[in-house]
Design a protein around this ligand. Structure first.
Ligand code: NAD
Length: 484
């Protein structure tokens, strides 16, 4: 699927079509700043048409057997795996991420299709006597209904399959709105789901440069039962308010500010290896990216020196060149934002440990930023409180476990924490003392389609993946049958 033959229209009711206003918007390659292709730009009328198609398809899809729904997901999984290289190149072209990261994303994204294909046939319930013996209680689960799925640009395939797969498994139809920066992968996925046998109207895709207007229209529609959003906490708050009108069910996967804590007894080599994954996957543009390195003062210098050596080995370049570890950021504005965070940290007294000059042959119009390591970062620096979303390491030190936990929890976010220690008892204690939805102990990556992914505090509501991910698309029904 070369980039230019990938679909570029809206996908409504099983058909490709232009936007109602016939407008298009450009998709840009962050590696070069050049336009890749233009994509149909959905307007409010298209959003309403997508909801109508999903609503019309809803009863039929909910009426299919779990096995039939699972079969569509299994076929889609096989098709995604077969198209790994094409999809990876598409992801790299529109998001900029290195091909190795893009290939990993295809494997990860495909796994949601397989996992929820398996979970589709494991919908349970409960049956038992009421405590007072007046009757038999039956608890079942039903599809929640038409679901509106909004995805970010940083994992354009995996964030889409993480929502579409459980929705379809549960018997829900959907309207998906990808980020304007990365609509092509979503459109390619819609084509794959269609080929896999998803009936007309079950999956509808509405790329748009007018995200706010599209979401407002969809969420005001009483036929829409559910919102699942992945993106920034700021936009999440807006959508939560809008979803209140129709009291829609919501799943919100929002921002993060992950602490990465290295204790004095940690295996430093392993901690550095984990740090490279937790920080540099996707060039630092992940909600799970380690944002604040908290290192015990006795090992701070050893850890920092070893990490700097690894960072200096990273190859920066266009994502489609083999061997590149760090690609461009999503846009020039993202580079400016991260550079301003670094400047602010330096102004607050941080020490610049490394930030090597970028290779000279990089396209001048690409969005590149040199991997950077800062130590001695002051807690009041903006970079400590905000999501960095770029290849910058910030290191602070602590003296004991209590201080580490206080620093780690000093944020409104609570998505993921990483801990390196050889002390298992301490590892267990931290599972409760750290305020985060997910914790990785002696590992730099927690994401797994079989696990419930999600945050506490202002990192979100609900879970994606695991069996919990399916339940987000089901409503609980209870009935009691009297003794007669
Ligand atoms: P974003 O919030 O800007 O955009 C996310 C989606 O919302 C996009 O589809 C965008 O078009 C849409 N959107 C933007 N403004 C909107 C508005 N006013 N009204 C309605 N829709 C709007 O986020 P992003 O820059 O695409 O992605 C980065 C963010 O996503 C980071 O904060 C990151 O932590 C978060 N993220 C979270 C997870 C998670 O699982 N918790 C995963 C990936 C990314």
């Amino acid at each position: 699927m070369p980039v230019l033959t990938t679909p570029t229209q809206l996908f409504l009711d099983g058909r490709w079509c232009d936007a109602a206003g016939s407008e298009t918007f450009a998709v840009v390659n962050p590696a070069t700043g050049a336009g890749l292709v233009r994509v149909a730009d959905a307007v409010e009328a298209d959003a309403t048409a997508a909801v109508a198609a999903a609503a019309a398809a809803q009863p039929g899809w909910a009426g299919r057997t779990p096995r039939e729904r699972a079969a569509v997901l299994h076929r889609a999984h096989a098709l995604v795996i077969d198209a790994t290289e094409e999809l990876a190149r598409l992801i790299t072209a529109e998001s900029g991420k290195p091909l190795t990261d893009a290939r990993s994303e295809v494997a990860y994204g495909a796994e949601f299709l397989r996992w929820f294909g398996e979970e589709a046939v494991r919908v349970g319930g409960r049956y038992g006597p009421s405590p007072d013996g007046r009757g038999q209680m039956i608890v079942t689960r039903a599809p929640v209904g038409v679901s509106y799925l909004v995805t970010p640009w940083n994992f354009p395939l995996a964030m889409a399959t993480r929502k579409i797969a459980p929705a379809l498994a549960a018997g829900c139809t959907c309207v998906i709105k990808p980020a304007a920066a990365t609509p092509l992968t979503t459109l390619a996925l819609a084509a794959i789901l269609h080929e896999a046998g998803a009936p007309h109207g079950v999956v509808n895709a509405v790329p748009s440069s007018r995200a706010a207007a599209i979401s407002r229209t969809v969420l005001a529609d009483e036929r829409v039962a559910k919102l699942s959003f992945t993106g920034s906490t700021e936009v999440g708050r807006v959508l939560l308010r809008e979803s209140a009108q129709q009291v829609q069910r919501t799943s919100m996967e929002l921002g993060g500010n992950a602490p990465f804590i290295v204790f004095e007894d940690a295996d430093i080599r392993s901690a550095v290896a984990g740090a490279m994954v937790a920080k540099f996957r996707n060039s630092g543009q992940a909600c799970t990216a380690a944002n604040r390195f908290l290192v015990h003062r006795d090992v701070a210098e050893e850890f920092t020196a070893a990490l700097v050596a690894e960072v200096e080995r990273l190859r920066v370049g266009p994502g489609d060149q083999e061997g590149v570890d760090v690609g461009p950021l999503i846009s020039p504005a993202a580079v400016d934002r991260v550079a301003a965070l670094v400047d602010d940290a330096l102004a607050h007294g941080a020490t610049l440990r490394t930030s090597r000059a970028l290779p000279k042959n990089l396209p001048a119009t690409g969005s590149y930023l040199a991997p950077t390591v800062l130590s001695n970062v002051a807690p009041q620096s903006r970079i400590v409180g905000e999501e960095i979303f770029g290849p910058v390491v910030t290191i602070m030190t602590f003296s004991d476990e209590e201080e580490a936990v206080t620093l780690a929890n000093d944020t409104e976010y609570g998505l993921v924490s990483y801990v390196y220690t050889r002390d298992l008892a301490r590892g267990h204690r931290l599972l409760t003392s750290l305020e985060s939805g997910m914790t990785g102990v002696n590992i730099g990556m927690v994401s797994d389609p079989a696990a419930p992914f999600g945050g506490v505090k202002q990192s979100g509501l609900g879970r994606e993946g695991g069996h919990e991910g399916l339940e987000e698309y089901q409503s609980v029904r209870y009935a009691v049958i009297g003794a007669g």
